[in-house]
Design a protein around this ligand. Sequence first.
Ligand code: FAD
Length: 287
Amino acid sequence: MNMTQLFEKKKPVFSLEIFPPKKNAGGIETIYQTLDGLKDIKPDFISVTYGAGGNIADKSTCDICAIIKAKYGILPIAHLTCVNNSKADIDVILESLKNVGVSNILALRGDINPDIAPKDDFAYASDLVSYIKARGDFNISGACYPETHPESEDAVSDILNLKKKVENGTEHLISQLFFNNEDFYAFREKAKLAGINVPIEAGIMPVTNKNQVLRMATMCGASIPKKMSRLLNRFENNPKALEDAGIAYAIDQIVDLIANDVDGIHLYTMNKPYIAQRISNAIQSMR
Ligand code: FAD
């Protein structure tokens, strides 16, 4: 199924994101534990990251997508970045995805790793989108940034670049994490004004660790509202309380987004099924 069909059929779409386990943390085998814990949520799709954090990727994204489809009967989306890949590298990956029947791709530029010189074939995600579109029958999704991509000069140029990505063949967008829904609503309005009419899913990350969230927020340019920073400070030394508060905050955000007619919710699960389950249970009647 392609994303246009999915979003025409269902609102809100509810999807999950996982990452390939690190090799020193049990490798691909441990992904079964994660997926066993996520399958009962019955997500509309599960996306699998690729070389996130600027790390050199391997075949595991494709392998995990194949498992999601064949063993769990859930629609997979494979993330694919171009910053460290040549056209020939991308061809190999597209062939592997085709061979396992994965046709949905989240096409990204990728994080730039200061220790690895980027390859020259693709400058932006929109170049990758055009390249994939010319190469086969793939459905393309893309990333967007409610608080503007950190490298962008300003919100206007970021939105215009996003528009190009959509015009090149991106049929669905997933947002970067954010903690203030008003940022998402303002962005959605600007995108609409610019003529971006594809479904936009809101990326929600449940916070369970203060240092981790501060690190991620800095990296991706997400601001921390007072309500969130009070919670982080109050519960930083009480992991269970911080987990409960982080889950409550995420549920609160999701309820408000659904009430405001969001196209979909994309939950960054951080490979923690128990947290995703609690959130899914709380919003079950709204899905
Ligand atoms: P682009 O769309 O190329 O945008 C990057 C910057 O370039 C923006 O500032 C944009 O405004 C600007 N730009 C775009 N086109 C032009 C142009 N024609 N001229 C001038 N400027 C332009 N990273 C990973 O490594 N692996 C993952 O699996 C991964 N998954 C992600 C999933 C989601 C939902 C999101 C939101 C991000 C993800 N990332 C991942 C992070 C992402 O790779 C980084 O945020 C990266 O810095 C930008 O990727 P992009 O695809 O949005 O880039």
